[in-house]
Write a protein that binds this ligand. Sequence first.
Ligand code: 5GP
Ligand code: SF4
Ligand code: MG
Length: 450
Amino acid sequence: CGVFGAYRVSSAAALSYYGLHALQHRGQEGCGIAVSDGKNISCQKGKGLISEVFNEESLSKFNGDIAVGHVRYTTAGGNTIENVQPFLSVSHKGTLALVHNGQIVNAKELRCKMEDEGSIFQGTSDSEIVLHLIQRQKGSLLEKIQKTAQMMEGAFAILVMSENSIYAVRDKYGLRPLSYAKVQDGYCISSETCAYDVIAGTDIVDIKPGEIVKFSDGKVEHFSYTNDIKHCLCAMEYIYFSRPDSTLDGINVHLFRKKSGVLLAEYDKDLEADIVIGVPDSSISAASGYAEARRLPYEMGLIKNRYVARTFIQPTQELRDRGVRMKLSAIRSIVENKRIVLIDDSIVRGTTSKRIVRLLKEAGALEVHMRIASPMICSPCFYGVDTSTKEELIASRMNVDELKEYIQADSLKFLNVEDLCKIKGGTGLCTACFDKQYPTELYSYKKIVE
Ligand code: 5GP
Ligand code: SF4
Ligand code: MG
């Protein structure tokens, strides 16, 4: 998911529209914006893309200079309208709107406890629990949010908006990215920095793990809610999830991917090949790094059709195969009679790689050497990235040799975990889906990993 907030900027809803549009790659299933005019909070949300849910007319009716918004991608909870954010809670103290990116691993435990004590939940999303928890605490809104953050285990980048303030909260592991920037005379907060380019944001500041940043009375204040900090930003944010023009915790995503390609090239000093091809779009950066390091030509051997339906339903193998043909095609004149190094960012179920190798061979490729710019994904994510269930993860069933046979590549190599971490300076990355080193307690998910 992606979160966006605007504090004291004119037409906060319209600005949030642009911000969320830049974050659309983080979730396409639903979206919403809540706006405050200083007295009242109003909210609009729906299923689908930001351009499908909002239009000029609906945005112009949305007055106010404070807003929070969300693009949704389903992990915890189902894809129903009750789970589309922002979530609102109305009490005699006022209204709060909340948006959340991540997944709370002790949500079930917190929810059961609250239900036993009388809480009633509308949806199945764990983000709703956060709002209830905040409402139950005593003290100032900051204190309530601090206490709530201390109770939650897992991944969260959360924005809480009251009638006249926004609080931005990042979990103590910094699993999900979150930053803010100066925009006009106010501020915007975003999951990714690419949103600031569209809205002319400057002076970008990363919100630190374990921090709460309060936007109130026209100023910004930083607070921490714990000293127990272990920085490990999700590696998949760099590998696949984030946009290449975003900078996360000080490292640009494109450059991170390019470096992963350079490191992959070091495994291949003796491999003879003619061209390097990246699987569009997310693997192009890594492929360019590999090609540069090995002084091989980078070629556009695969073309992506941009207009493939987002939720292409593929009930049969035949239709799934056609799906990949609709999405990608090989350029015969480039790949014919060539020994190809094919770079992809990751292997999850293994089906895409298998099809692409076949596509290239059918177009006349002599050899296809597959290189993956991440380690083997062998364990599920419980922090808000849909890396699939353990059964579906092909690397949980096969070793590299078996996988090579399965996808029918001439050779197959993965980036190792150590090299992956090296790109971020040796520490500071979550790599749990590769090495099962989950940074948090896992509660009810523990049995899945064992
Ligand atoms: P503070 O600066 O004390 O952290 O919070 C500023 C405002 O937040 C005050 O107006 C306070 O009443 C309000 N506040 C505290 N708890 C809540 C709450 O649960 N919901 C809303 N909307 N406002 C709250
Ligand atoms: Fe990211 Fe994998 Fe960690 Fe999940 S388990 S947060 S996908 S690195
Ligand atoms: Mg890909």
